[in-house]
Design a binder for this molecule. Sequence first.
Ligand code: NAP
Length: 214
Amino acid sequence: MKKIGVLGSGAVGKVLADGFLKHGYEVMLGSREPAKLGAWQAAAGGRGLAGTFADAARFGDVVVLAVKGTAAEEVVRLIGSDTLSGKTVIDATNPIADAPPVNGILRLFTSQDESLLERLQRLAPAARFVKAFSSVGNSLMVNPQLAGGPPTMFICGNDAAAKAEVKAILDQFGWGSEDMGGAEAARAIEPLCVLWCIPGFRENRWRHAFKLLE
Ligand SMILES: NC(=O)c1ccc[n+]([C@@H]2O[C@H](COP(=O)([O-])OP(=O)(O)OC[C@H]3O[C@@H](n4cnc5c(N)ncnc54)[C@H](OP(=O)(O)O)[C@@H]3O)[C@@H](O)[C@H]2O)c1
């Protein structure tokens, strides 16, 4: 079974780390302050470890990037692009700006012509980034039970083998997946987080997910 390094100790990092543990993987959760992950590690049992971002990146055969969007580039610089070379990196981040939402509409720090995933891919050219888990709230990321059946996760990235690996993980996690193409498709996928959050901010509805129908 592959080892998973999860970079990010927020809700997303912990939910995905727990999802990988549930499905039998070994997981290292990474933080700038690994000492604060004691309770998570105790609950995780023997297959759950804690470390720095760099420790978790080295540990993982597959790496999950789940840090604050504004810090994502800095975290990749900090761990060093070589550490990620050849690895599949599941990029769950969104380029959400620090400015508050206006009428429920979040602001992004990227433009329509450049995504955060593309910036990260440029920083670590030998890493195999795949956008995934970015267009749904963390409470629905692992085996969501929704009336409409399995929802759709939109994914993209430049490496076909890495996308196949992520598709297999999404299958395990109860998701259908739609491959939208190369890294630049993240320009369309990342803003879905803005759309997903509107019912939440306007009507406190947070339990929905996208599904592509044909
Ligand atoms: N919340 C959701 O439901 C959801 C859904 C889809 C996608 N996302 C995306 O997933 C990512 C994680 O979201 P989240 O809600 O779990 O938590 P978050 O608060 O956005 O991120 C927490 C993580 O970011 C790290 N971090 C924060 N500032 C940093 C800095 N200046 N330098 C280095 N690291 C820093 C924290 O490090 P420490 O561990 O050291 O504290 C922590 O690991 C975000 O990009 C978000 O847009 C979130």
